[in-house]
Each structure stands twice: as structure tokens, then as C-alpha cells.
Design a protein around this ligand. Structure first.
Ligand SMILES: NC(=O)c1ccc[n+]([C@@H]2O[C@H](COP(=O)([O-])OP(=O)(O)OC[C@H]3O[C@@H](n4cnc5c(N)ncnc54)[C@H](OP(=O)(O)O)[C@@H]3O)[C@@H](O)[C@H]2O)c1
Ligand SMILES: [Zn+2]
Ligand SMILES: [Zn+2]
Length: 342
């Protein structure tokens, strides 16, 4: 008799429940992964609430997945049984759409999206596309590597692709899963790093993570403080609040960039004047590809960057997810699995 594995699925909007499923076999070009750790990203909310475009339920969320290759599908030669691999959000491009044909596979129009188009990593096992896997370096534990596969790559890629120069003033707005890694990457890339949070409780944490200064928007106006400093060359906006993002354009130096990585439910309202007078810009940045994952992991090893995490057993995924949504996680909840029954 085939064994079963435990998964946590969204069975209806807002309902995360533990289920037992038959162990699946990988198809051609796929691998089966025995999951060791999976981070809980704020984007998982789009799966849990059932609002991600094109999503059908039931669906297992999770796109910060680290585990060991457990079975190989036909034609897979690059990965070995027992090898530790990671899976992020964009876990396989179609290779045929226009962005793919132009070499922009992160913007594939028909991607495999972990936890959305296929089941993700809130589970003891997961089927993944071999072409979407990242190799995990030995220096990183599975629980530390997991958050780097979405929160990490998203902030790392956004910063390294922004055309910045060493010494530039860079602000990171929102100090959660993404933001706390963004602060570390910005500091280690050689930027004058300013953290923007709400409340005094995160000031020490932000500075411990490498921020040169901290702006508490409860007591200070981030625009005024950053303008007094001379303006930011870039602001990495991670907070899921359009209201909080829009005004930050005025905190940019001339030619500065507001890089939107948070995906708020509300609108971002923009004032045209600081965009036009000063040539400031606003644009978005979406996670990255498997090779970007490996770059993120390598840079993290090189510079000794690690996420701050709290772990929880897979079975407690619903509580851990709630803790993240309440802003209580410091700073990433990571689910850990115990093993697979056979
Ligand atoms: N672009 C991409 O590829 C990508 C990848 C991953 C995630 N995302 C998106 O990025 C966003 C953040 O994800 P996450 O996993 O980092 O979430 P998270 O761990 O929940 O952190 C969000 C943080 O934003 C802070 N925040 C909320 N409103 C704020 C405001 N008005 N001012 C300052 N800080 C505020 C929260 O702080 P408090 O403690 O004060 O509440 C919290 O620490 C989500 O929208 C997610 O969907 C995008
Ligand atoms: Zn994510
Ligand atoms: Zn494509």
C-alpha cells in the first residue's frame, strides 16, 4: 500500500486544515521533495483568502520551501536523490510566452506558481518542476534558507537591480519578513540604510539588523526626516499599505526610485509633482528566478545574513499564519516537518 503524507490545505476561504493525502509520483521533468521547512509569507494570504487570480481550492499554500529530493520524474538528470533544494513562488516558466522568449522568465505569462497553480510547501511532501529548483548551500540550515527563497530574493533582487551605487541612501519601509531581510541586504550592499517602521518597538531590532537610522512614523514624518537627510536614492516599500507607500515619493532625492514590492489591498495614491519635478519614479519588482535564488543564498552565506525566524510544527500552520497576519512574527514564521509515514 502506498503511504500518505500530511499537508495543510486551504479547503475553503479562510480555512487551513491538516489533511492526509496519498504520496504522489513526480511526472516528467518533476521531482518529489520531502519538505523540511517552509516559510509563511504575507503573500500566502492571497491563497488562504482564495483571492489569488486563477486560484482554485483546495490548495496547499507555501512558496518558501526547502527539502530533499525524494523521487525523480522522467528526464530529470540535474538533481540527485537526497539533494537539498528550494522552491520559491515562480517555480517554472513556460518558456514560450513573449516575456520568456525575451529572457524575462520571472514575468512569464503562464508560470507554475507554488501554492497557487500547484500545491506548495505547507506539507511533508511537494511535487516541483525540476527547472524551478534552487540548490541550497551546506552553510545554511533549512529553516534559515526557507525565508530567503521569497522574502530574501524579493528584497535582494529589487535592491541589486535598482542601479544604485555604494553609499547611496536607501530606505526600507515595513519591517516584517521582507523588510528585515531588506535592511540586512541594503547594509551589506554598502548603502546608507534607513529603516521606516511604525512604533518604537522595532527601532533596536532594525539597528541590530544593520540600519544606520530608524524612522518611527508614529512620531515622525518619514518624508520630512528623509528630506532633511538629503532624500533617498531608493525606497524599498514592503509594507502592505498603499496609504503608507504613496507619500514616500516625496521622500526621494531627484531621480530617486520608489520600488514597490509589497502588494497592498488598497490603492497607492500618487502626487504628480514630485514625479515630474525631480524625475522620480515608481515601479514594481517581482521575486526572481531559480538562479536569482542561488545568488541570494550565496550572498547571504558570503555576508553572513540570516533571517530572524520563529519555527512552528507543520500541524500548527493555522496558528503560525495568524501570528504572521497579526504582525507578531519576529520576523518570519517557518513551518518544520517531522517526517513522512510510509
Ligand atoms: N514583490 C514580491 O515578489 C513579493 C514577495 C513576497 C511578498 N510580497 C508582498 O510584500 C508584502 C510584505 O510581505 P511580508 O511577508 O514581509 O509581510 P509581513 O511579514 O506581514 O510584514 C509586513 C510588515 O509591514 C509593516 N507595515 C504594515 N503597514 C505598515 C505601515 N503603514 N507603515 C509601516 N509598516 C507597516 C508591518 O508592521 P507592523 O508590525 O507595524 O504591522 C509588518 O511588519 C506583502 O504585501 C506581500 O504580499 C511581495
Ligand atoms: Zn512570498
Ligand atoms: Zn513564459
Amino acid at each position: 500500500m502506498r503511504g500518505t503524507y500530511k499537508a495543510v490545505e486551504v479547503s475553503a476561504p479562510g480555512v487551513l486544515r491538516v489533511v492526509e493525502r496519498p504520496i504522489p509520483e513526480p511526472g516528467p521533468g518533476q521531482v518529489r521533495i520531502r519538505v523540511e521547512a517552509c516559510g509563511i509569507c504575507h503573500s500566502d494570504a492571497a491563497t488562504v483568502t482564495g483571492t489569488y487570480p486563477g486560484l482554485t481550492l483546495p490548495r496547499v499554500p507555501g512558496h518558501e520551501v526547502v527539502g530533499r529530493v525524494d523521487a525523480l520524474g522522467g528526464g530529470v538528470s540535474r538533481w540527485k536523490i537526497g539533494q537539498r533544494v528550494g522552491v520559491g513562488l515562480i517555480a517554472g516558466e513556460d518558456g514560450t510566452c513573449e516575456p520568456c522568449r525575451r529572457g524575462d522568465s520571472v514575468n512569464c505569462q503562464n508560470p507554475v506558481v507554488s501554492g497557487v497553480t500547484v500545491d506548495g510547501g505547507y506539507a511533508e511532501m511537494m511535487i516541483a518542476e525540476a527547472r524551478g529548483l534552487a540548490s541550497i548551500p551546506d552553510e545554511l540550515s533549512s529553516v534559515d534558507a526557507a525565508p530567503l527563497l521569497c522574502a530574501g530574493i524579493t528584497t535582494y533582487n529589487a535592491l541589486r537591480n535598482a542601479g544604485l551605487r555604494g553609499g547611496d541612501r536607501v530606505a526600507v519601509q515595513g519591517i516584517g519578513g521582507l523588510g528585515h531581510l531588506g535592511i540586512q541586504f541594503a547594509r551589506h550592499m554598502g548603502f546608507h540604510t534607513v529603516a521606516i517602521g511604525r512604533g518604537g518597538d522595532k527601532e533596536k531590532l532594525a539597528k541590530d539588523l544593520g540600519a544606520h537610522s530608524y524612522i518611527d512614523t508614529v512620531v515622525d514624518d518619514a518624508v520630512a526626516v528623509l528630506q532633511r537627510m538629503g532624500g533617498a536614492r531608493a525606497i524599498l516599500a514592503t509594507a502592505p499599505s498603499g496609504d503608507a507607500m504613496g507619500p514616500l515619493v516625496s521622500a526621494l532625492a531627484a531621480r530617486g526610485k520608489l520600488i514597490v514590492v509589497g502588494v497592498p489591498q488598497d490603492q497607492i495614491h500618487l502626487n504628480a509633482s514630485p514625479l515630474v519635478f525631480g524625475g522620480r519614479s515608481v515601479y514594481g519588482s517581482l521575486t526572481g528566478t531559480a538562479i536569482d535564488q542561488e545568488d541570494t543564498l550565496a550572498f547571504s552565506v558570503l555576508e553572513d545574513i540570516r533571517p530572524m525566524i520563529e519555527t512552528a510544527p507543520l500541524e500548527q500552520a493555522a496558528d503560525a499564519y495568524a501570528r504572521m497576519m497579526q504582525g507578531k512574527a519576529r520576523f518570519r514564521m517557518v513551518l518544520v516537518t517531522e517526517g513522512v509515514k510510509s
